[in-house]
Write a protein that binds this ligand. Sequence first.
Ligand code: SF4
Length: 206
Amino acid sequence: MNDYQKEQSETLAMVHRHFIALSSSEKEMLQGKAEDYLSFRKDTNTFLSCHFSEVCTEKCYQSHVSACCSKDGIITFFADVAINVLMSQDEEAEALMQVLRKPNNGFKCIYLGSDGCILRIKPIVCEMFLCDQAKEKVFGKNSLLREEWKDLEQRKKRYTWPDRPVLFDELEQYFIDAGYSSPLMYMHNSPGLLRVKQLSQSGSAR
Ligand code: SF4
């Protein structure tokens, strides 16, 4: 198990352990907090399926040159893991932990299975990644679609960019308050993101 897998595996196991011990009302409260974000993810997914699925299938899956999932580790926020586990069945979380225990010798993401990503809710970095070629092909002659995509990118910030209270920060804080810590808690350990928070508190980040 490499360092990336270890970090992912430990965080996933920790979150899973915590959720198993929660009362159903507390779990529902957390699912309620994620509702708006999940609706944003649904809209993003619909946009990508409508406008990019053909281009991506042709460019990446048929020609086998996919750049999207070919790295052995992708940036995953703590909230990506938490939301994924929150929305998964126990068996799914356990299956992920088993995958993470296996050696990853290929030049591809550990979560890439034969039918695509095995995560129920992909990390936000993956969901919002569009290669330049695909963007050019889809947005090249359609500025309205480009604007729609920009709107989705702005919406993403409402959950992930801590110049205001955001879900990704809130979920980390919830787990910190419960006594946990993880290297994936970038909202609390990334100097860049801490600076964004600091600036917003002093009123000069937006
Ligand atoms: S997490 Fe899923 S979408 Fe992201 S790189 Fe890995 S396989 Fe691809």
